[in-house]
Design a protein around this ligand. Structure first.
Ligand code: ATP
Ligand code: MG
Length: 443
């Protein structure tokens, strides 16, 4: 196929037939974030490359292999954002949010870019929803963010997504653990991939996160971090667990979770599913106590997470989780002739003002073809408008499901009155049906 009619590898078109699913997920994550006091922050889709070198870390897969980096016409090194945290913190620092009322609670939603090998659930342009909570240092904030993630998954109707947690310690205890890791991996250096040999000297914990099968096999028997935690970190992790229990949030401890960023401290977590093949993480996050200071801000602790929107939608589809229906056309006008088109336009405009979706033919098609179209879009009612109807000032509103026809006056208010009455009737019908169902369940 010609290159101009083919999308770049690893990208996706979100087609009209599916867009309501995305809008639903977007509205759920937004509503839930707002309920917890988070406000939206929108940052540029590209930043100075240095931000990600600092904010993501130069021993991560993202920085090592996955960034879309280029020189702009002013010879600046620019990178398309591979994740949301670095840009969000940069903006919070640059705009002084970190000096305003604490905690800072921000959420973001938008495209991210990583040069990865595309496969199901792994794209070069994908979309993240994420939150950052800046200010509090304690476990309560960790659990507050995790519980927001859990609530989102529940509201989307997702099943079998486990919350996996770990603590990777602090500056004080990590040194001992890193020494133990270096000692272990050093013995098996010949089996490590090239990147991991480099990580051995710089950040041995990253080896545990390597996707390379031989490194993964070695990582299985590597020393685990929980036994190296200092007393403070141990106590903190106990608090995290008991707070999750108090919130009745089930969790699993997974000591292999070290997360992608270099700057995570203490609590790290992932939302994991077994139903998306190799792409098992629907989201992940953790505490990053040194990061704000490292990006030039005050010494402010933080915690956050990000979820992959594609993976949320895919999992919902896989599990047949309920998406709300697409916006349905209330009345599809079927005009014949120019005058009827004009009348349809006027009536449709009024209906839309009142919140109803309405359409009319713009193609000059036959009544039969227009009826076929109305059927295809699932219109609730059709209204045929010809010369006779215009002359009589009255037309027949046809219920497309039941087939019955109701005579309606061809005035804006007359048509609206009938539609409101029909909607009320339908609502009472639904209530009666629900009551009957409840009664029969009670028997
Ligand atoms: P993975 O282990 O799958 O590579 P990750 O650890 O790189 O994930 P994060 O950096 O934690 O991912 O990003 C948060 C979330 O964003 C992930 O849990 C996932 O749902 C989503 N995500 C990350 N990379 C991609 C991608 N290339 N395509 C689609 N979704 C992605
Ligand atoms: Mg990755």
């Amino acid at each position: 196929m010609a290159i101009i009619t083919t999308k770049p590898k690893g990208t996706q078109d979100l087609l009209p037939a599916d867009s309501h699913k995305w809008q639903f997920v977007e509205s759920v994550v937004t509503e839930e974030a707002k309920k917890s006091g988070f406000s939206m922050l929108r940052t540029p889709m590209f930043e100075h490359t240095e931000l990600f070198l600092r904010g993501v870390g130069d021993t991560t897969d993202i920085v090592n292999k996955e960034m879309y980096t280029f020189l702009d016409k002013g010879d600046r090194s620019i990178t398309l954002r591979p994740e949301g945290t670095a840009g969000a913190l940069r903006a919070a620092i640059e705009n002084g949010l970190v000096h305003e009322a604490l905690p800072v609670r921000i959420y973001y939603l938008g495209p991210c870019f990583r040069y990865e090998k595309p496969q199901a659930g792994r794209f070069r342009q994908f979309h993240q929803f994420g939150v950052e909570l800046l200010g509090p240092a304690g476990y309560a904030a960790d659990c507050e963010t995790m519980s927001l993630g859990v609530r989102i998954l529940r509201r989307l109707g997702l099943q079998n997504v486990s919350l996996q947690i770990n603590s990777i310690g602090c500056k004080n205890c990590r040194a001992d653990y890193q020494a133990a890791l270096v000692a272990y991996f050093d013995q098996h250096k010949d089996q490590l991939c090239e990147t991991c040999i480099e990580r051995l000297g710089k950040n041995p914990m990253r080896i545990l996160d390597c996707k390379c099968p031989t490194c993964q096999a070695l990582a299985k028997d590597a020393p685990t971090n929980l036994e190296y935690l200092c007393d403070d970190c141990k106590t903190e992790f106990e608090h995290v667990k008991s707070q999750l229990q108090a919130l009745q949030i089930p969790y699993v401890i997974n000591e292999r979770i070290v997360r992608g960023l270099d700057y995570y401290t203490r609590t790290v977590f992932e939302f994991v599913t077994g139903e998306l093949g190799a792409q098992s993480a629907v989201g992940g996050g953790g505490r990053y106590n040194g990061l704000v200071a490292d990006l030039g801000g005050p010494d402010l602790p933080g915690v956050g997470f990000a979820m992959g929107m594609e993976r949320l939608v895919m999992l919902m589809e896989k599990q047949n989780a309920p998406f709300p229906e697409k916006e349905v056309c209330e009345v599809c006008f079927i005009p014949m002739g120019e005058q009827a088109v004009q009348k349809s336009a006027v009536l449709a405009a009024r209906l839309r003002e009142e919140g109803f979706a309405a359409e009319y033919d713009l193609m000059g098609r036959s009544v039969k073809a227009q009826m076929k179209y109305a059927n295809r879009i699932g219109a609730k009612y059709t209204l045929v408008l010809g010369d006779n109807e215009l002359a009589a000032g009255q037309a027949n509103l046809k219920d497309m499901a039941g087939g019955e026809e109701t005579a309606v006056p061809l005035t804006e208010e007359g048509l609206l009155e009938v539609l409101y009455q029909k909607n009320i009737d339908r609502m009472f019908g639904d209530i009666a049906e629900a009551a009957e169902q409840m009664n029969s369940q009670g028997e």
